[in-house]
Design a protein around this ligand. Structure first.
Ligand code: AHE
Ligand code: ZN
Length: 378
């Protein structure tokens, strides 16, 4: 069966650093192994702003950005067996096919099925489902493109969830909350009594904090240069807050401060800033012999990390994770359950709400210190 194209409103990014154009586009019917979703809610993540800024080596224009979105399946192409029209779903920028070398390794949540075409802004068959009124093709983004009333994604890039879970909260599990919570629970596997430091306390950092608290970490040090974050940090479970611009003694570095606060360094540190200098601090604040530092933040194009190899020789470990190490299709259900039983705060991140057409203001909200997430209703 071949569905019909749909005309709907989308926010098109025509060029780096330009505001998004909210306009009518055409969204083609899903082809085989594709799913067309009516996006109900989407939020703006710093990575959307990063790509819009022109810093993303994989950034392509014009495109429909957005990768934190939830909605309802409108139609499916041939051979789609995992979701059906009417299902409530979250779009996944980290697909899970269950069959590739990555998926069957048992070692990673990364999936090889659609990642190559995803990075080129097209569907797995090499074409795009989005076109503007002039008939020009518009690229997809991160396999999701949630900044549109309707989007088309690969069947491996979508997960059905309990329809009782509110979609405005669920959309945040599409990136920020899952990324931080998973980094604490899966990538680091924080244990009771561990000491933890989190650099950068936006949605990702606060979700690391709530994961560490759930595991019973004995000390959770939140680090941010914005004092407005302090109240959020304690709400999500931080035991200490350090503002490196204010709380260091004369000539003291943040690394020295953290080592002093923890009798030699931390069991786990997390970079949620994307700043490569901070990534180094996070590694060097780890305890000798076993401390692990997890990189989550996306660094600017061309950025590189460095430290003295001696830091690793003496037992500190540098690692990273994407989407918190969570396998989107097989593990999202358990995160939704954690949320439903109150073990995972999600709604608490919705500090701002706007209609979809105010999406450009939502990008401005991001840079305003008391915004965690702006959720847009389409
Ligand atoms: N495209 C960039 C890299 C961007 C990046 O690192 N993305 C993160 C997700 S950011 C979510 O807000 C990620 O998980 N990447 C894994 C993946 O497969 O893309 C570049 O440098 O090319
Ligand atoms: Zn994101």
């Amino acid at each position: 069966t071949v569905g019909k194209p749909i005309k709907c409103i989308a926010a098109v990014a025509y060029d780096a650093k330009k505001p998004l154009s909210v306009e009518e586009i055409t969204v083609d019917a899903p082809k085989a192994h594709e799913v067309r979703i009516k996006i109900e809610y989407t939020a703006v993540c710093h990575t959307d702003a990063y790509t819009l800024s022109g810093s993303d080596p994989e950034g392509l224009f014009p495109c429909v950005l957005g990768h934190e979105g939830a909605g309802i399946v409108e139609s499916v192409g041939d051979d789609v067996i995992t979701v059906k029209p009417g299902d409530h779903v979250i779009a996944l920028y980290t697909a899970e096919c269950g069959k590739c070398k990555f998926c069957t390794s048992g070692k990673t949540n990364l999936c090889g099925a659609v990642r190559a075409t995803q990075g080129k802004g097209v569907m797995p068959d090499g074409t795009t489902r989005f076109h503007n009124a002039k008939g020009e093709d518009i690229y997809h983004f991160m396999g999701c493109s949630t900044f549109s009333e309707y989007t088309v994604v690969a069947d491996v890039s979508v997960v059905a969830i309990d329809p009782k879970a509110p979609l405005d909260a669920a959309c945040l599990l599409g990136c920020g909350v899952t990324t931080g919570f998973g980094a604490a629970l899966k990538t680091a596997n924080v244990q009771k009594g561990d000491t933890v430091a989190v650099f950068g306390c936006g949605t990702v950092g606060l979700s690391v904090i709530q994961g560490a608290k759930l595991r019973g970490a004995s000390k959770i040090i939140a680090i941010d240069i914005n004092n407005k974050k302090k109240q959020y940090c304690s709400q999500f479970g931080a035991t200490d807050f350090v503002n490196p611009k204010e709380d260091l003694a004369k000539d003291q570095t943040i690394v020295e401060k953290l080592i002093e606060m923890t009798d030699g360094g931390l069991d786990f540190t997390f970079d949620c800033t994307g700043n490569t200098k901070i990534m180094r601090d996070a590694l060097e604040a780890c305890h000798k012999g076993w401390g692990q530092s997890i990189i989550i933040g996306v660094a600017a194009a061309g950025g590189e990390i460095s430290t003295r190899p001696f830091q690793l020789v003496t037992g500190r470990v540098w690692k990273g994770s994407a989407f918190g190490g969570i396998k989107g299709r097989s593990e999202m259900g358990s995160l939704i359950k954690d949320y439903q039983k109150g073990a995972l705060k999600v709604e608490e991140f919705i500090t701002h709400r706007r209609p979809f057409k105010e999406i450009n203001q939502a990008f401005e909200d991001l840079h305003n210190g008391d915004c965690l997430r702006t959720v847009l209703k389409s």
